[in-house]
Design a protein around this ligand. Structure first.
Ligand code: MN
Length: 131
């Protein structure tokens, strides 16, 4: 089997990645960490999302599955039926097309790592639930 540029191990450092923001998304900020737009990676992508206290990522769904790993802080994992408390070292599996969201209910930043089975975050089409 021949290796190609796509078959190299990639090491990324959080400190080297730029913050991204979107005025429509309130005070959320995020970094792409393992992402085909940043590095020669494919098939899996991972990034860091930060929600300041009181901020919320509203209910949404998308066709790929997703894993959240809570890195710091505490909050609620929102679903269309109920919410569940999450905090440092909580892991969340979200099936395809199931509504979910996050709210920071604590006093420090809520930091979440997301993982998608996609080359990059941009490939994921977010469908937000109407309020
Ligand atoms: Mn999601």
């Amino acid at each position: 089997m021949k290796n190609t540029d796509k078959d190299k191990i990639v090491v990324s450092h959080l400190k080297d990645q730029a913050w991204n923001e979107d005025k429509d998304q309130g005070k959320l900020r995020w970094k792409y960490i393992v992402d085909s737009t940043q590095s020669m990676s494919h098939g899996l992508s991972c990034g860091l999302l930060v929600l300041p206290p009181g901020e919320e990522l509203p209910l949404h769904h998308h066709s790929p599955q997703e894993v959240y790993i809570i890195r710091q802080g505490e909050g609620l994992l929102l679903t269309s039926l109920s919410s569940k408390k999450v905090y440092k070292d909580s892991f969340v599996y979200i099936p395809k097309n199931v509504d979910h969201g996050l709210k920071n209910t604590g006093e420090e930043d809520l930091e979440i790592l997301w993982i998608f089975p996609t080359d990059c975050w941009e490939e994921v089409e977010y469908i937000f639930k109407e309020k």
